[in-house]
Design a protein around this ligand. Structure first.
Ligand SMILES: Cc1cc2nc3c(=O)[nH]c(=O)nc-3n(C[C@H](O)[C@H](O)[C@H](O)COP(=O)(O)O)c2cc1C
Length: 329
């Protein structure tokens, strides 16, 4: 029997052409094309992360999309981090978006920045743009710039977590009238259904899919996700300069989680902060790539959210998705 979802979730499935209101969130460096395609093949929608696809997993961008499309004929999406940094990065992102559109990608998740130029391109071919937000002011910017829905990143999320709980964010953003996707803290079917019953149109999961057969992260990283409890997740500023959820390993304890005085001084200055952000951007891209693939466990800089509390095994994406959508699990 086909699973019935609450009306906002049913509408989400119809708009995106998917079976289940479930997004496999973009993850730098954990999104490899096999993982993204597997979430889509399982009935949700996997979101490709372009830097992970090209720099970490070594694919040409267009060929990487074609690989995913050979693995599944279901829709896939793309993450566009559109923060204004360098002109070169902006041009590269614009090219990636154009290639993705040429290859038939029609669902985009934008993070940071003003998404108007992405919306313009994507709407021109009938696609949809959802924007990552952690609070009302970012949601307003996204909607004023034409996005179709909001990815509501809460305080239990992996990656850059927000300050608010799943319920607080819902209460704050529901009056805007846009479809809301719950991102953060969902590891099992209890939380998945709680979010849908609250009124969210879908759930975006990251951490749960790290502990999957299709994810190419190292075995020690996957096992650390399985072994960790909620209290093992801490926020570290040391990775990107802003707080990121990581597993509190010996390595993290040795490094500390707070920025040093020099980094704080650099980030406080209007002109200086640009250079500090660039430094953190490059450092974190390199460091996270190395630690996610390294099986020695010596560089254990492992991003994960509080949903680790509900993750007890490494399984296929198909099995993860089926247990999430089952109310009984
Ligand atoms: C390892 C990791 C890397 C992530 N990288 C990105 C990213 O590159 N872009 C992005 O928009 N979100 C990123 N996220 C956030 C996820 O897409 C998703 O919103 C989040 O993981 C949901 O919380 P959960 O981990 O509790 O399921 C990342 C999350 C994790 C765990």
């Amino acid at each position: 029997m086909r699973t019935r979802f609450p009306a906002p979730a049913q509408a989400f499935c119809e708009r995106l052409g998917v079976d289940y209101p479930l997004i496999g969130g973009p993850m730098y460096p954990c999104s490899n094309p096999e993982l993204t395609a597997a979430v889509s093949a399982a009935g949700g929608i996997g979101i490709l992360q372009p830097i992970s696809l090209t720099y970490v997993h070594g694919h040409d961008f267009r060929e990487g999309i074609r690989l995913m499309q050979r693995l599944t004929d279901r829709p896939i999406g793309m993450n566009a981090l559109i923060e204004k940094s360098s002109r070169r990065y902006h041009e590269r992102m614009r090219t990636w978006i154009d290639i993705a559109l040429e290859e038939g990608v029609r669902f985009f998740v934008t993070s940071l920045g003003k998404p108007d130029w992405v919306v313009e391109r994507v709407h021109a071919v009938g696609g949809l743009v959802y924007h990552d937000v952690t609070e009302l002011k970012w949601a307003r910017i996204g909607l004023d710039n034409g996005v179709d829905g909001l990815i509501c990143v809460n305080n239990r999320a992996g990656g850059h977590a927000g300050p608010k709980s799943m319920q607080e964010l819902y209460d704050e953003l529901r009056r805007l009238g846009a479809p809301l996707v719950c991102a953060g803290g969902i590891g099992g079917s209890g939380d998945f259904w709680q979010a849908l019953d609250t009124g969210y149109a879908a759930c975006q999961l990251g951490t749960r899919f790290i502990a999957s057969h299709e994810c190419r992260a190292s075995d020690v990283y996957k096992q650390a996700v399985v072994d960790a409890g909620e209290s093992d997740i801490v926020l570290s500023e040391k990775v990107t300069g802003v707080p990121v959820s990581v597993i509190n390993t010996d390595y993290i304890r040795r490094q500390g989680t707070a920025l040093g005085g020099f980094a704080r001084w650099m980030l406080a200055g209007e002109r200086r902060k640009h250079w500090m952000r660039l430094f953190y951007g490059l450092k974190s891209i390199w460091q996270l790539k190395r630690s996610s693939l390294d099986d020695s466990g010596e560089q254990d800089y492992w991003q994960a959210g509080k949903s680790v509390a509900d993750i007890h095994d490494i399984r296929s994406c198909e099995s993860i998705v089926q247990s999430l959508i089952s109310r009984e699990a």
